[in-house]
Design a protein around this ligand. Sequence first.
Ligand code: KIV
Length: 300
Amino acid sequence: MSFTSSHEQQESSSRPKVTIQSIQQKKGKQRITCLTAYDYPTARLVDEAGIDMILVGDSLSMVVLGQENTLAITVDEMLHHTRAVRRAVHSGLVIADMPYGSYQLGAEEALHNAARFIKEAGAEAVKIEGGEKRVGLISRLRDAEIPVMGHIGLTPQSLLLMGGYKVQGKSLADVEQLMRDALALERAGVFCIVLEGIPREVAAMITAEVHVPTIGIGAGPECDGQVLVLHDILNLTFAPQAKFVRHYADVAATIRRALESYKADVEAGTFPSDGESYHLPAETRLALETICERKRALRK
Ligand code: KIV
């Protein structure tokens, strides 16, 4: 642990603040970058790397909390992590993923939960999964001044209905439904749409059709931007690697090596060294030595 507070360490960011408007202006001009983050140190690194959007994804449930899927994570758990990310991020747009059960059970409850992410955790937008069936809710959220990121295709919160994490949009009927979903989300007022786990040809068609940016994950390179789970690109997840994940670092191997070295040093007595230890001030040490000497002399 460092004795310097995180606030003292913070440097002022030189990058202009990312807004939903600046994200939308990038469509067709510049690719948009998005990564997940769930805590202060990683969110800070993601923001300092200049990533446009930082998504506190409900994938947190699996990659950080070790749960089997995303269904069990609660609003309070998501709020806890969103707050940590908020403290770290100065320029990127912070988006909170609304967890399963927080927006499917009624509009009033959904509005209340979404407002908590804005008010209590400092999120700047929320993400909800689903297409046409979410149109009414998205309008209500916008009326409550809450920007919404849409999410269609392989929506992990539909795991039970989908019968597994399967690539969506393979049949003609499914492609048509995906297109209807994307257009409905756009009309309802989302500021961008995540396209997950769909053929690149379908993502390309949707990207060409809608005026809001599309952000792909397992949806090919024609999307306006890309999002990945941070722990996936760092090789810090323990699940088999999905086809669409690229490892940019092997952090698991780095951590393993560090832990083995620490263990070996402690066991060998080479950690901590004298340089890694605190020392008494010279006069206190001298006084202490004198006292100890006197005690030794008295014992003789
Ligand atoms: O929860 C998540 O991480 C997501 C993705 C789009 C990456 O929803």
